[in-house]
Design a protein around this ligand. Structure first.
Ligand SMILES: CC(C)(COP(=O)(O)OP(=O)(O)OC[C@H]1O[C@@H](n2cnc3c(N)ncnc32)[C@H](O)[C@@H]1OP(=O)(O)O)[C@@H](O)C(=O)NCCC(=O)NCCS
Length: 186
């Protein structure tokens, strides 16, 4: 199920990222470089190249095989138009993961992020047997906060100077969604 392609709209699907996505990912990051800059860590020059993305996809495939991450892309034909990641998957008493995402500037405002967050939460619950998904946003990222609230997340706190975004240590507003009441595995 987790490897299935999920149709988000007539044009856009969400599917696990593949090694063959390197070129389309580099294209998407170059198209969205100015749009994403205020919301992301500083990127080295090779991040915007096919070779740089290919190297990152290799490491990501290893991390996925180890159960640490679940990475998806949103695609419209050959074009990558967004990403969704369950990062930092923790087992034991937490059964938790941290959500990260973006949607191509040209595809904003169509409900894509909300649909993709809902699908990531479904997969976290039903396919990965997690209990909780967390996400953090910059205090002024009202669009991302709207997405999380629409997808059933609640705000539970603020971590001061917690993340390096656009080269500055910035505050993170913390959200979580509890997925189910299944007992934790023993
Ligand atoms: C945040 C982001 C993922 C939203 O993607 P999207 O596909 O446009 O999201 P959706 O269409 O599902 O929902 C966006 C919601 O934000 C609202 N919104 C947009 N700009 C807003 C603003 N400035 N203030 C308040 N709400 C805003 C929209 O009205 C919409 O809510 P609605 O459906 O109730 O009207 C996208 O803008 C993005 O990638 N931003 C840069 C990267 C980023 O911030 N990633 C998340 C890091 S936590």
């Amino acid at each position: 199920m987790i490897n299935a392609e999920v149709k988000l709209t007539d044009d856009v699907v969400m599917r696990p990222v593949a090694r063959s996505d390197a070129r389309a990912l580099a294209d998407a990051y170059r198209r969205n470089r100015d749009f994403l800059r205020p919301w992301e860590p500083r990127r080295p020059a090779d991040f915007f190249t096919t070779a740089g993305q290919a190297a990152r996809l290799e490491r990501l495939a290893e991390d996925r095989a180890a159960g640490f991450v679940m990475p998806w892309v949103l695609t419209d034909g050959d074009r990558v138009v967004g990403r969704m990641n369950l990062n930092s998957i923790i087992r034991g008493a937490a059964q938790s993961a941290s959500l990260g995402y973006w949607v191509d500037a040209a595809y904003n405002g169509r409900g894509l992020a909300t649909k993709a967050v809902l699908e990531a939460c479904r997969a976290a619950d039903e396919d990965l047997s997690l209990h909780r998904v967390e996400a953090g946003t910059l205090p002024h990222n009202k669009a991302s906060q709207a997405v999380l609230r629409k997808a059933g997340f609640e705000e539970y706190g603020m971590a001061p100077r917690a993340v390096s975004i656009d080269g500055e240590w910035q505050d993170h507003v913390l959200f979580q969604r509890i997925l189910n009441d299944r007992p934790a595995p023993m």
